[in-house]
Design a protein around this ligand. Structure first.
Ligand code: HEM
Length: 505
């Protein structure tokens, strides 16, 4: 439908452009060419053309080093139950209170144009624009992770991406790393179930994975894990359907979310916490800071506190989805990071990559701007692309006359003792793998056995992936899964032989 009063095209400095398709040329008097138009070369003074080309040449920004492919939507978080005994965050202080949100879903390993249905964990990152500043919940759709020592993250990610020589995905690198670092087993088992290929972003859950520390108005704190459970149910593709769709419609999940919201079918998730006291944590058979472990629900039951609903598509993908910058360091009073070393590293890594990907003033981009709380950062000034007025004449350092320091933001009240205590010498620490690391993967295998076909799907999905690795690595893959249960290793071995015999490689 043509617009009634369409805007006039302009150059970037606002001059009206009479015809966007013309270029400045000089008519030639004698037409020596039979077919060429009777005009001379382009002119450097043609600012309209240069303006257009020069900006086009700079359209691309670096893609995210991980989680490059994704889509997102605005929505709201609503408090359903009072958890003020656990958390003092203001956006949680009244049942029924709503906070605007922006959520981005993503795959991890693939590039910006890669297929949505690839086997991969899915990112599930939500920004809440609260009255105390932006809170980012930068979660995945799996409750555990591949590593628990952050020094491994870049190595691990390299092995899941492309081979430095061939530029191909490399099954040898993929399995060589994982089998040599078997604390990854729990996450890898989860990934090779059909949950590794969700049918829709709407039909998957989200998990904090990490342990956080939340505290109440008296300063009493608890360890917390967060779970988002899909109200659309959990539905997945099998390996073959996901593979086929990767070719037919690589943007399947992106389209599914956009179309559902356009139709008015707003996806939602119920939000729960698990809580644990310091005393309980000391008695655990694993570290509360170990990201490869789940907290048993029978000991740490889920407690309902909210609902996330997505009801508004972005108006512009680049402005709002591509430029979105989430970070676990964006938190609000009442919520703290725990000493999980992976989480601690993430506190550094995200704002660091945002400065590289989006520039130093990335938090001025509207999707990242804490609009509801506002900011007063007289010390954070200038830099590329400062577009918010730069706080005008306000002095750029705290001083008694016209930029006084006022301690208004609550720091955690020192109410609860004992807190964690650390003392001793600095040591190079390597977190050793023990038999206990295979206990929860073994339990996952048992849980899969409750649903017809789930164990078979796991075995099949592993084998069709590992078949691309060499024979020695295939043997290591069988040994690796045998650590969870020897049956898995035997069955994967058998499935690999079947695939080889049938030539499906
Ligand atoms: C994205 C680093 C572990 C969830 C990213 C990005 C980096 C990164 C650099 C790109 C951010 C951007 O360009 O905006 C790391 C490091 C980790 C780690 C160094 C461990 C040491 C995790 C874990 C989770 C997670 C354990 C989930 C529990 C995400 C999500 C995104 C992301 C959801 C996408 C955010 C978005 O949609 O923009 N990560 N990550 N990461 N990461 Fe991590």
């Amino acid at each position: 439908m043509p617009q009634e009063n369409p805007p006039v095209f302009t150059t970037s400095n606002g001059n009206p452009v009479s015809d966007p398709y013309t270029t400045q040329r000089i008519p030639v008097k004698t037409d020596g060419y039979k077919y060429a138009p009777p005009v001379g070369p382009l002119l450097l003074q043609d600012f309209k053309l240069i303006d257009n080309l020069a900006h086009f040449d700079r359209e691309r920004i670096p893609e995210r080093v991980v989680h490059a492919k994704g889509g997102g939507a605005f929505g709201y978080f609503e408090v359903t139950d009072d958890i003020s005994d656990v958390c003092s965050a203001k956006f949680l202080d009244t049942v029924g209170k709503k906070t605007r949100t922006f959520t981005r879903f993503s795959t991890v390993g693939g590039e910006k144009g890669s297929a949505d249905t690839a086997r991969d964990p899915r990112g599930f990152a939500t920004k809440l624009y609260t009255e105390e500043g932006n809170l980012d919940l930068v979660y995945n759709n799996t409750p555990i992770f591949f590593i628990r020592d952050p020094s491994k993250f870049p190595y691990f990610i390299h092995t899941q991406k492309r081979n430095p020589q061939t530029n191909l995905k490399d099954a040898n690198m993929f399995w060589d790393y994982l089998t040599a670092n078997p604390e990854s087993l729990h996450q890898v088992m989860y990934l090779f179930t059909n949950r590794g290929t969700p049918r829709s972003w709407r039909t998957m859950n989200g998990y904090s994975g990490h342990t956080y520390k939340w505290y109440n108005a008296s300063g009493e704190w608890k360890y917390v894990q967060v779970h988002f459970k899909s109200n659309q149910g959990v539905h997945n593709f099998d390996n073959e359907n996901a593979g086929e769709l990767a070719g037919k419609n690589p943007d399947w999940n992106t389209q599914d979310l956009f179309d559902a919201i356009q139709r008015g079918e707003y996806p939602s998730w119920e939000c729960y916490i698990q809580t644990m006291t310091l005393e309980q944590a000391k008695k655990l058979p694993f570290s509360v800071f170990d990201l490869t472990k789940v907290w048993p629900h029978k000991d740490f039951p889920l407690r309902h506190f909210g609902r996330l609903t997505l009801n508004e598509n972005p108006q512009n993908y680049f402005a709002e989805v591509e430029q979105a910058a989430f970070s676990p360091s964006n938190t609000v009073p009442g919520m703290e990071a725990s000493n999980d070393p992976v989480l601690q590293s993430r506190l550094f890594s995200y704002p660091d990559t945002h400065r590289h990907r989006l520039g130093g003033n990335f938090s001025q981009i509207p999707v990242n701007c804490p609009l509801k709380s506002g900011t007063f950062t007289p010390h954070i000034r200038d830099g590329n692309m400062c577009v918010n007025g730069n706080l005008g004449a306000t002095p750029n350092y705290p001083n008694a006359y016209n930029c006084p320091i006022q301690y208004k933001a609550p720091v955690r009240p020192a109410g609860n003792k004992p807190d964690e205590k650390y003392e001793g010498e600095v040591v190079p620490y390597a977190w050793q793998v023990t038999d206990y690391d295979f206990y929860q993967p073994g339990q996952l295998w048992e849980v899969l056995g409750r649903e017809a076909g789930e164990q078979e799907a796991l075995v099949h999905n592993i084998a069709v992936h590992a078949i691309a690795a060499n024979d020695e690595i295939q043997e290591r893959v069988c040994e690796y899964f045998s650590k969870a249960n020897p049956v898995i290793g035997k069955q994967v071995h058998k499935e690999l032989q079947n695939l080889k015999r049938s030539g499906k490689m």
